[in-house]
Design a binder for this molecule. Sequence first.
Ligand SMILES: [Fe+2]
Length: 208
Amino acid sequence: MLVDMHLHECTHSLDSFINLKQIVDIARFKGLDAVCITDHDSMGLKDYAAEYSKEVGFPIFVGIEFFSLWGDITAWGIDSYPDHRIGAQEFIDHVNRSGGFCVSCHPFRNNNRGLEDHLRDVKGLHGVEVLNGSTSLEANRTALRYCRELGLQAIGASDAHIEKQIGKYVTWLPEMVYNTQDFVAQLHTCRTRPAIWNGSSYDVVDTF
Ligand SMILES: [Fe+2]
């Protein structure tokens, strides 16, 4: 299955210009099987997303993009999250205690919101965004190098805040799943691969 694993919806991400309907419509048009909503420090869309997912018959997995003291980390499979910034390791430990899955977002994007070299310091991280749609190719390639060095899951995601970015990069998983619990379970056991929108379909890639 193909999933865009990092999207911002305008209700809870104030820097986003896209709503859930636009996200699902474009994801469907591009042939995606599911989307993740990872709003900034919020999982406030969870109940509405569950309702809307059921209504339109399209899987929506709600996670979070948490701004830790060392940078942004996306996570799924948690019921609660801190209401203030805490250390990256503390947040990763929180995710792991819940059996969740966490990813370093755009670790080398030039905006002081990536883990950068702290990728080597933290323990318990599961994946790295090696293709982030709002990050330069050079910074994404550095992320890929670290991801391989650390033996973590390679994640692709658009990080879209506007329509045209939706589905630019996505993640391939071997099995189709329909709820967040199964999504997290599969992420823990499969080998994910990033994929790139080529204008009419997706190319699943191991290098770029
Ligand atoms: Fe983001």
